[in-house]
Design a protein around this ligand. Structure first.
Ligand SMILES: [Mn+2]
Length: 297
C-alpha cells in the first residue's frame, strides 16, 4: 500500500491546515509515496513548489490570494483569488478566499467529496461565512494519473509535456476583467458553474497552476520556457512568479492583459494612437504560482 509522505515541509504559514498566503516564501514540497512493493510502479504523485508575491500595495497583509497544497491521494493543489472590489465596501477582500481555501483544505478527505474537486468547491463554499468573493481553481491528482480540475473564474492551469502545453483551462468571465466568482452573496456563481475536466497525466508532466496575476502577465510560451529550465519545482514556481511580477511593473510590456484589453476595444485615447502609442503594460496584482511535477510514487 502506498502511503503519501511529506519529504519536505511547507513554509511557515499564518494560515491553518497547510495553507499559505505568506508572501515571498517558496517551498519544495515533495509528497511522493514510499513503497516497498514494485507493483505500484505505475502510480504517480505530485512534487510541488509554490510561490506567492502580493500586489505591491498589499504586501503588509500578504495580498488577497490564498492557496493550499495537500498530499492526499496523488496530491491536491488549489488557488483562490479574492475580488478586490470588496474593499470599497470596507470589506477585507482577503478574508473570503482565505476561509474558502481553509475549508477546502479541511474537506479534502471528506467522504462525500470523494476525490471530486467540484464537490469540494461546493462544500467549501457552503462552509464559508466570510463576506466577499473569489475565483477558485482546484486540481486533484489520482494515483493512476487522472488529474481532475474544477475552475470557477480566471485562475488557471496548464499541463506541460515535453516542452508543449497539452492542456489549458480557459478563463470564465461576465465581461472584461469581471470573472465568474464564488461569493457570500446569494446571487453569484456556484460549483455548478465550474469548468470541469479530467486530464490524463504521465510521469514527467509539469502542471502550472496560478492566479490571474500569473496568466495576465506571462504568456504560455514564457511559462513553458521558464519551467523547463528548472528541475526544482520550488525554483520554477519562484522564477514564474518573479517573471510575472517584473512584467506587471513594466509599463512598456505588451502583456496578455494589455493585448486582451486592446482586443476588447480598450486603448489609449485617439490622439495618442496618432503618435503610434498603444495600450501596454502588465497588470499589478497578487501573483500565486504552484508548480507540480508528476513523479512516480
Ligand atoms: Mn487577482
Amino acid at each position: 500500500m502506498a502511503i503519501p509522505i511529506f519529504r519536505a515541509s511547507l513554509p511557515q504559514s499564518h494560515l491553518p491546515s497547510n495553507l499559505n498566503s505568506n508572501p515571498k516564501k517558496s517551498c519544495g514540497l515533495l509528497f511522493c509515496a514510499s513503497s516497498d512493493l514494485n507493483y505500484v510502479r505505475s502510480e504517480v504523485c505530485f512534487c510541488v513548489g509554490t510561490h506567492l508575491i502580493p500586489h505591491p500595495n498589499k504586501v503588509d497583509k500578504g495580498g488577497e490570494d490564498a492557496f493550499f497544497v495537500r498530499s492526499y491521494n496523488g496530491g491536491v493543489i488549489a488557488v483562490a483569488d479574492g475580488v478586490s472590489g470588496w474593499a470599497e465596501q470596507n470589506v477585507d477582500p482577503s478574508l473570503f478566499p482565505k476561509e474558502l481555501m481553509t475549508n477546502a483544505s479541511d474537506l479534502v478527505e471528506d467522504e462525500e467529496v470523494n476525490y471530486d474537486p467540484q464537490i469540494l468547491i461546493r462544500k467549501a463554499h457552503a462552509a464559508t461565512s466570510s463576506v466577499g468573493s473569489a475565483t477558485v481553481i482546484v486540481a486533484m491528482l489520482e494515483r493512476d494519473g487522472i488529474l481532475k480540475v474544477a475552475n470557477v473564474g480566471d485562475c488557471g492551469l496548464r499541463v506541460i509535456r515535453e516542452g508543449q502545453i497539452i492542456y489549458s483551462t480557459f478563463p470564465q468571465q461576465h465581461y472584461f476583467d469581471c470573472p465568474y466568482q464564488l461569493s457570500s452573496k446569494v446571487v453569484s456563481q456556484t460549483y455548478l458553474d465550474a469548468a470541469v475536466s479530467n486530464v490524463e497525466l504521465v510521469e514527467g508532466d509539469i502542471v502550472v497552476m496560478g492566479s490571474e496575476g500569473l496568466f495576465d502577465n506571462v504568456f504560455n510560451h514564457e511559462i513553458v520556457s521558464t519551467v523547463v529550465r528548472f528541475s526544482d519545482v520550488a525554483e520554477a514556481a519562484k522564477a514564474l512568479a518573479n517573471l510575472a511580477h517584473s512584467h506587471s511593473t513594466d509599463s512598456n510590456f505588451s502583456s496578455p492583459f494589455s493585448l486582451e484589453a486592446r482586443a476588447r476595444g480598450f486603448d489609449v485615447p485617439l490622439w495618442k494612437k496618432f503618435f503610434g502609442m498603444k495600450l501596454t503594460g502588465g497588470k499589478l496584482d497578487d501573483i500565486t504560482v504552484i508548480v507540480g511535477h508528476v513523479v512516480r510514487s
